[in-house]
Ligand binder design. Structure first.
Ligand SMILES: [Zn+2]
Ligand SMILES: [Zn+2]
Length: 186
């Protein structure tokens, strides 16, 4: 599985000691890297989770939002840039022993249904999933990123006056040009 080393005891709730409701904020500041669908990314700020957990007979309804920022590659200029991540999530955690003994088909049909051991509610996977799914497809280091020169790959943000048509001659042609010039001058 992805991201097995990401773990926080703050995301594990003991339901035996939990009251009807829990709401609060959690800050995880020791996660360093996350495995995304297309590679690894570095966390640039703590993972902030806003949570509401409600007990509902044998299941727990969890709603919340997660916020952090990751270091990702700009889709245009390929420089690494900070990308803010913000996502809402929802999940219903159902005691696995209840699933075995009762008719819970209506619960299983829920989209974000997760089984748990009846004691420890571990939100880690759901949080990681929420982060991964909210990574934007297109990342820009800035709104007006000018990207790279299509011909030579020069970063056009750093070299705003760069124009390949005028400045750049393929070194192979440069030699050819010199040869032609030499011939002409003879
Ligand atoms: Zn860029
Ligand atoms: Zn160029």
């Amino acid at each position: 599985m992805f991201n097995e080393d990401l773990y926080s005891k703050e995301l594990i709730f003991n339901t035996e000691t939990m009251k009807e409701k829990f709401s609060g904020n959690i800050v995880i500041d020791d996660w360093k890297y996350i495995e995304l669908l297309n590679g690894e990314a570095k966390f640039l700020s703590p993972v902030k989770v806003q949570l509401l957990i409600k007990r509902n007979s044998s299941n727990f309804i969890v709603k919340g939002s997660v916020e952090t920022s990751l270091e990702l590659e700009c889709s245009r200029c390929l420089n690494m840039t900070e990308s803010k991540i913000k996502s809402d999530f929802e999940a219903v955690y159902i005691d696995e022993s209840v699933i075995k003994t009762e008719k819970t088909e209506h619960l299983k049909s829920l989209e974000n249904y997760i089984e748990f051991d009846g004691i420890n509610l571990d939100l880690t996977e759901r949080i990681i999933e929420a982060i991964i799914l909210s990574v934007p497809e297109k990342i820009l280091c800035r709104e007006d990123c000018k990207g790279l020169c299509q011909i030579c790959g020069t970063n056009l943000n750093e070299n705003p006056d760069h124009k390949c048509e005028e400045d750049y001659i393929d070194p192979r042609f440069e030699t050819l040009k010199k040869l032609l010039e030499n011939n002409n001058s003879k």
